[in-house]
Design a binder for this molecule. Structure first.
Ligand code: PXP
Length: 242
């Protein structure tokens, strides 16, 4: 692994499983602690406006329990800014949000939403929060992110991850490489995420100036499978107690 590259573990989908049944388990707070014990450098959660997975209570308790940096992904709305300023995550990553989407689609349009984003970024900065913008690897978006005072850009790797041919994949990796270089030259920290899994993570990890990857779905999907055998054995043991 390139020296200095950090892993942010996104625990949203532990909450997805909990919300599917309205139970109190599995608790993303416990998952965050386990991820931390396993070496996660950061815990990431996305408090969506529709509260489909992470709940307000999760953010409050995570703020009290997580010892590595806590990264709160959120839309740039007044409600979310209030929550962020109150909870004081180490970092806020501003993401676009559409209610009907299955997951975050595309990066934030920093160029098009400059007027709305400027005061949000300023308010978060004034609260002592590191501001990261989740953007497509597009030169205009990178330049505007620096101009608006972001500390970090998280480059959206979704298009790269979804490339169906080697040529497209190489092209999209080149966009990420160029954006990383441009961001670094503008004194922005460079992060990346979305759609990364065990097979496609290496090329992104090797990009120049990359200091942080935020990964959720692939880790949780694998946890279900690698943990299943033990979970079944434990249920059989519980039944034997009858
Ligand atoms: N980074 C950002 C900004 C995201 O919105 C997401 C998805 O919530 C991720 C990283 C993690 O994506 P994935 O779950 O596909 O690993």
């Amino acid at each position: 692994m390139p020296e200095g590259l950090q892993l942010g573990v996104n625990v949203d989908h532990v909450a997805t499983l909990r919300q599917a049944r309205g139970t109190i388990y599995p608790d993303p707070v416990l998952a965050a602690s386990l991820a931390e014990l396993a070496g996660a450098d950061q815990i990431t959660v996305h408090l969506r406006e529709d509260r489909r997975h992470i709940q307000d209570r999760d953010v409050t308790i995570l703020r009290q329990t997580v010892q590595v940096p806590l990264n709160l992904e959120m839309a740039a709305t007044a409600e979310m800014v209030r929550i962020a300023v109150r909870e004081k995550p180490d970092t806020v990553t501003l993401v676009p949000e559409k209610r009907e989407e299955r997951t975050t689609e595309g990066g934030l349009d920093v160029v098009g939403q400059e007027a709305a984003l400027r005061p949000v970024i300023a308010a978060l900065r004034d609260a002592g929060i590191i501001v990261s913008l989740f953007i497509d690897p597009d030169p205009a978006q990178v330049a505007k992110s620096a101009e608006l005072g972001a500390h970090t850009v998280e480059l959206h790797t979704g298009d790269y991850c979804e490339a169906t041919t080697a040529l497209l994949r190489a092209e999209r990796l080149e966009h990420l490489r160029a954006a990383a270089e441009q961001a670094h030259n503008l004194s922005l920290r460079v992060a990346a995420g979305h759609g990364l899994h065990y097979k496609n993570v290496q090329e992104v990890a090797q990009l120049p100036y990359m200091v942080e990857l935020n990964i959720g779905h692939a880790i949780m999907a694998r946890a279900v499978l690698v943990g299943l055998e033990r979970a079944v054995r434990e249920m059989i043991d519980a039944m034997r107690l009858a």
